[in-house]
Design a protein around this ligand. Structure first.
Ligand SMILES: CC(C)(COP(=O)(O)OP(=O)(O)OC[C@H]1O[C@@H](n2cnc3c(N)ncnc32)[C@H](O)[C@@H]1OP(=O)(O)O)[C@@H](O)C(=O)NCCC(=O)NCCS
Length: 150
């Protein structure tokens, strides 16, 4: 998908550095996650190597300025696949231009193409902008709470 000096496409190995920089912007907002470029590059490469995962990005004037990843899980509730959407971030200077909405729509198309009947995501409960954005995009709140054990 292309237009107005940007292209929305699948990310690849050559984009890793740009994606790591975008994840640093995201993780600076999310207290649950720590910025560690080596770990982030390793995770991105793992996603790139899987058939049931995708990293989409927006390139503007030769630079990656936005990204979103997704991976498929089996859901017993759905009796099928559910896609977990993560790592949605748009570089600050490029926000408000529809890139976030385009990435979410493209990730949804990818997930439906694999047969996923549901998409889900987690957001920092203090990230009011993201929560308002997801509401605007038609994503419903659930009663589930995230727990973690390291
Ligand atoms: C949240 C984020 C991804 C939105 O991306 P974006 O490209 O700026 O959003 P878009 O321009 O695609 O906006 C799409 C719609 O959402 C609305 N929207 C965007 N940000 C909003 C906000 N903070 N509050 C309310 N509505 C918002 C837009 O007005 C637009 O509405 P429209 O359809 O009426 O025109 C971006 O602000 C971002 O990267 N934030 C920092 C990282 C982050 O919090 N990521 C989410 C992690 S869970």
């Amino acid at each position: 998908m292309a237009g107005g000096g940007y292209v929305l496409r699948r990310a690849g190995e050559k984009d890793i550095q740009g994606l790591v920089s975008l994840l640093a912007v995201l993780f600076a907002l999310e207290e649950d996650f720590a910025i560690d470029p080596e770990k982030q590059a390793r995770g991105l490469r793992m996603l790139l190597s899987r058939y049931d995962a995708v990293i989409l990005c927006v390139e503007a004037f030769g630079r990656v300025v936005a990204m979103c990843s997704a991976q498929c899980l089996v859901s017993t509730a759905e009796g099928g696949l559910s896609a977990l959407v993560e790592d949605l971030v748009v570089e600050e200077a490029h926000r408000g231009r529809g890139f976030g909405a385009m990435l979410l729509a493209a990730v949804e198309t990818w997930a439906r193409g694999l047969g996923a009947s549901r998409l889900q995501l987690l957001a920092d409960k203090t990230n009011r902008n993201a929560l308002a954005f997801y509401s605007r995009m038609g994503w419903a709140e659930t009663r589930m709470v995230c727990r973690r054990k390291s």
